[in-house]
Design a protein around this ligand. Structure first.
Ligand SMILES: *Cc1c(COP(=O)(O)O)cnc(C)c1O
Length: 406
């Protein structure tokens, strides 16, 4: 690109540190966009891939199957919210969102219900960069406004406020309720991120909203798709963010941390009702990615889930949450800062003005941390294995950068 911004070559990564080509080391605050929950160069995960590659790196998943896919599917259904009974393998988060949307559309079609072809979502959402996913991303806060004329038109309701159940007030769901009731005959599904909205604004809302959404979906006969791609595998303090609300979706997307950041893999989980509904009259789900259930990805996903569940992840995430709250709170006193939000191993400082990336990105690198802001947001979601001292380096860098922002 002409006038490309600076990039930093990385030659290695170990634990929570990225090693740059010039020998410097950066403490990783991003977990490579939510993925590397165990950090880097993890012996257990390395071993899983090394072992698997000798058996088979890949086979097509049409007409053929393999043990690891079956094992991973069973494992996911065991740890997922109640009621999810079937698994579809995809190769990335965005693709899993496409598949989730297709599942909902095909379900109603196979039921002979006409006209249920729209989706309802909330503002500030992010669901990926492919066309179906883009059509339910927030167009104003998102990055897809260039395509707005080319996207399927869906229905957007106001997002709930940032806040907890203690701060909840029923007016926050009024717009959503009005829209789902008004459009129920044309709605195939609601799609949203549970409790934490990621790339659309790093927002954290009351689980009560999700509880009421579940109830309204049932009352209006609309399926609920929950996008746990960023929130899954412990990031918010629960294994899946749905658990904060005690709800189960009809369709759930997971990805990102599924393989601990080693391989690209995502899955769509659904209920027996949706699965049987789609297959009525011999129909099949119209999707088949080439790298579906890639054995290397499945092997490392199984190893990553085992490592997570065998670790004291709840204590680790809770400790990170406590420390983030303590160490980011002083930012609230800065005139540049609009809000500070923490949930689980996610810390967000929202500034009043957009970050000057040309200036701020090299500054973080000079401070020995890898933090990648966007818009007005300085935020981190580090690997769960980060030490308190390393985490303090990240929060200190955020506070310093916030203090010298515009
Ligand atoms: C990252 C993300 C996606 C897209 O996943 P990709 O693997 O980048 O395609 C979808 N939804 C959410 C909530 C995400 O955070």
């Amino acid at each position: 690109m002409p006038d490309a911004p600076e990039v930093w070559p990385v030659v290695g990564a170990d634990g929570v540190r990225l090693r740059l080509a010039d020998g410097r080391e950066l403490i990783d605050g991003m977990a490579s966009w939510w993925c590397a929950i165990h950090g880097y160069n993890v012996p257990e995960l390395n071993r899983a891939i090394e072992r698997q590659i000798k058996d088979m790196a890949h086979i097509m998943f049409g007409g053929l199957t393999h043990k690891l896919a079956a094992k991973l599917a069973k494992k996911l259904l065991k740890i997922a919210p109640n009621g999810l009974k079937n698994v579809f393998f995809a190769d990335s988060g965005s693709v899993s969102v496409e598949i989730a949307i297709k599942m909902a559309l095909q379900y109603w079609q196979a039921q002979g219900v006409r006209g249920k072809t729209k989706l309802l979502t909330i503002r500030h959402g992010y669901h990926g960069d492919t066309f179906g996913a883009m059509s339910v991303c927030d167009l104003e806060s998102g990055m897809h406004h260039l395509f707005s004329n080319m996207l399927a038109q869906h229905i957007f309701a106001d997002a709930p406020a940032n806040g907890t159940d203690a701060e909840w007030d029923d007016s926050q769901i009024a717009d959503f309720r009005q829209k789902i009731e008004q459009h129920q005959d044309t709605l195939a599904a609601v799609i949203l991120e549970p409790v934490v909205q990621g790339a659309g604004g790093m927002r954290i809302y009351a689980p009560e909203f999700l509880r009421q959404v579940r109830k309204l979906c049932d009352e209006c006969d609309v399926l609920l798709i929950v996008d746990e791609i960023a929130t899954g595998f412990g990031r918010t303090g629960k294994l899946f963010a749905c658990e904060h609300a005690g709800i189960s979706p009809d369709i759930m997307c997971i990805g990102k941390a599924l393989t601990g950041g080693y391989m690209t893999l995502a899955t769509v989980l659904t209920t027996a009702r949706v699965c049987a509904g789609i297959h009525e009259n011999g129909s099949i789900l119209m999707h088949g990615p080439t790298f579906m259930a890639n054995p290397l990805a499945c092997s490392v996903a199984l190893a990553s889930i085992r490592l997570l569940l065998d670790s004291p992840w709840q204590e680790r995430v809770a400790a990170i949450e406590t420390q983030l709250k303590q160490e980011l709170a002083p930012c609230l006193n800065l005139p540049q800062v609009a809000d500070v939000r923490v949930m689980g191993a996610i810390g967000v400082v929202e500034l009043k003005n957009p970050v000057d990336m040309k200036h701020v990105q090299p500054l973080f690198v000079e401070k020995g941390v890898w933090i990648r802001p966007f818009g007005k947001l300085l935020y981190i979601m580090p690997p769960y294995v980060i030490s308190p001292d390393d985490l303090s380096c990240l929060t200190r860098a955020i506070c310093e950068v916030a203090a010298m922002s515009k």
